[in-house]
Ligand binder design. Structure first.
Ligand code: CA
Length: 236
């Protein structure tokens, strides 16, 4: 990783949590701007650029949901949505609003920092146009060559399967809802097609030799959709 200091916008109305999280991130050498409501968050976002946003969902003045929408309309900055325990639906809402990840309170500062690091790494990889060959253990995806191999053996994928695999593997660890995958992979927006994603995943798993009960790459996220994991990063 570069030694350049990353700027984080932290939006949290509970002062005790805000101070603790800010202190922890600062100890990890992040540059933190901490604010206590949604309007302040939008004001800060107007003033300077940030590398990542940590956003509480329930906020005074302007809700986290609204802040997420406004920021997402003008920026691809990684956003981690923070929700209170028990608000199960909120994590889905957060991802649908365009947040990249979510954390449920109470979370450990260590977990937060791990998520922050992972997101910044993904954002960095995504901004590198030279990165055309992705390697995940035995799985090698040659994006420009439209070629996939597992353990050196070429795997014959349909165009949709290839698109699905590249979409998921671009952001290891990120959860995609079926709806998002329909839009990104099939290019249309219709609820009835969500199950076709399941069929494509099933075919992909069979072709890659990925056991759904003990997956190497493709994980089901129950009630939401799917995510891809890089097995070489899992052992840490
Ligand atoms: Ca709150």
């Amino acid at each position: 990783m570069s030694s350049e200091v990353r700027r984080i916008l932290l939006v949290e109305d509970e002062k005790a949590i805000r101070d603790a999280v800010a202190a922890y991130l600062e100890r990890e050498n992040y540059w933190v701007t901490a604010v206590g409501d949604g309007q302040e968050a939008l004001d800060e976002f107007e003033k300077r650029s940030f590398d990542l946003v940590i956003l509480d969902l329930m906020l005074p003045r302007v809700s986290g949901e609204r802040v997420c929408r406004v920021i997402r309309d003008k920026s691809d900055v990684p956003i981690i949505m923070v929700t209170a325990k028990g608000e199960v639906e909120d994590r889905i809402v957060g991802l649908e609003l365009g947040a990249d990840d979510y954390l449920v309170k109470p979370f450990s500062p260590r977990e937060l920092v791990a998520r922050v690091r992972a997101l910044l790494r993904r954002a960095h990889i995504d901004s590198d146009p030279q990165r055309e060959i992705l390697t995940f253990g035995d799985l090698v995806i040659d994006i420009s060559g439209h070629k996939v191999t597992v353990g050196g053996n070429e795997v014959d994928l349909t165009a949709s399967e290839f698109k699905l695999l590249t979409t998921l593997s671009r952001y290891p660890g990120r959860v995609y809802s079926r709806m998002e995958l329909v839009e990104k992979v099939l290019g249309y927006d219709f609820e009835g097609y969500e199950r076709t994603i399941d069929s494509h995943i099933k075919n992909l798993r069979a072709k890659l030799g990925d056991d759904p009960r003990h997956p190497t790459w493709l994980y089901t996220v129950h009630g939401i959709g799917y995510r891809f994991e890089d097995p070489s990063k899992q052992d840490k």
